[in-house]
Write a protein that binds this ligand. Structure first.
Ligand code: NAP
Length: 294
């Protein structure tokens, strides 16, 4: 039986780890803030003193932390996973980070005989709690097959996209679509309000036609309710579009719509709105719109 480790117990990591325990998998966990581990210890998980110790006690180590430097630190920092993992251990990074850095990390781990999968997720906190995440995976097919039963405890739509980094490429595509969709919903609902129509009725009408989107259904409702509680924080969305635009820059690729939304996220970070949900793009559109009624 595989021994499982889990590192990073934030909005996403905590429910994902809890779903593994609910399916009967004993876990060894580590989190930077000790209070984050409480729900896991109540569920029977063992708490390790460092990522290195988690790796010593596990055959497969999942991690879901914030950004590219965080993943590098948790894997290769002084007390990192790489220093405790035996040959044949699998490191499964479920954070959203740079595809290029992911390929580098997989290569460095391979030199130590350690396997890596990149397995970023989509579906938000609700998907993490309900165990219905989309999981997009990069890495060797045989390593994917080994980890798949554990992915099935956390997600529903689990796709092996290709070799190392391919999962992160898929996630970058996901974020382009998510950001541009939410921007579109914010603009459309703002237009409805300023043109004197009932935006709730407009949303209801559009939900049945070609303009339907999950963003219109979920985020549109929350925008109109003034509910900007995260969910997915602006600071993480800004980070993700940073990854997307940096990769596009390196490839000499134009992403004009994503670049425009990234500017709105930058403005929100400057306005102290980094901990609001991505649907708070609605507030930006409202602020930059002409005060004059149409
Ligand atoms: P979060 O609530 O901010 O949690 C991140 C966790 O990572 C925190 O527990 C944090 O510890 C830990 N962490 C960050 N840097 C660390 C470091 N250097 N060393 C050790 N621990 C570190 O974020 P989240 O929403 O769960 O997101 C996690 C990842 O999933 C991100 O890459 C995000 O882009 C991705 N994601 C999020 C969503 C979503 O809807 N939230 C959806 C899909 C993908 P502290 O508590 O000590 O800060």
């Amino acid at each position: 039986m595989e021994r499982i480790g889990f590192i990073g117990l934030g909005i996403m990591g905590r429910p994902m780890a809890l779903n593994l325990t609910r399916k009967g998998h004993g876990l060894t966990v580590w989190a930077r803030r000790r209070e984050s581990v409480a729900p896991l210890t109540e569920a029977g998980a063992r708490v390790a003193a460092s990522p290195r110790e988690v790796a010593r006690e596990a055959d497969i180590v999942f991690l879901i932390v914030s950004d590219t430097p965080d993943v590098e630190q948790v894997i290769f920092g002084g007390d990192g996973i790489a220093h405790g993992a035996a040959r044949g251990t699998v490191v499964v990074d479920m954070s959203t980070i740079s595809p290029a850095t992911t390929r580098d990390l997989a290569g460095q781990l391979a030199q130590r005989g350690i396997e890596m999968l990149d397995a970023p997720v989509s579906g938000g906190e609700t998907g993490a709690v309900q165990g219905t995440l989309s999981i997009m995976v990069g890495g060797k097919p045989e390593v994917f097959e080994r980890v798949k039963p554990f992915f099935q405890c956390m997600g529903k739509n689990i796709v092996h996209v290709g070799p190392a980094g391919a999962g992160q490429v898929a996630k970058a595509c996901n974020q382009i679509l998510a950001a541009v969709n939410i921007e579109g919903v914010a603009e459309a609902l703002n237009f409805a309000i300023r043109a004197g129509a009932d935006p709730r009725k407009v949303r209801e009408a559009l939900l049945g036609g070609f303009a339907y989107s999950k963003a219109l259904e979920v985020h549109g409702q929350r925008m109109l309710d003034g509910d900007f509680k995260p969910g997915f924080k602006i600071r993480l969305f800004q980070k993700d579009l940073g990854i997307v635009l940096d990769s596009a820059h390196q490839m000499g690729l134009a992403l004009p719509a994503a670049a425009m939304v990234a500017q709105h996220f930058n403005a929100q970070m400057g306005a102290g709105e980094g901990d609001l949900d991505g649907n708070s793009l609605f507030r930006v559109i409202d602020r930059i719109s002409a005060a004059k009624e149409l």
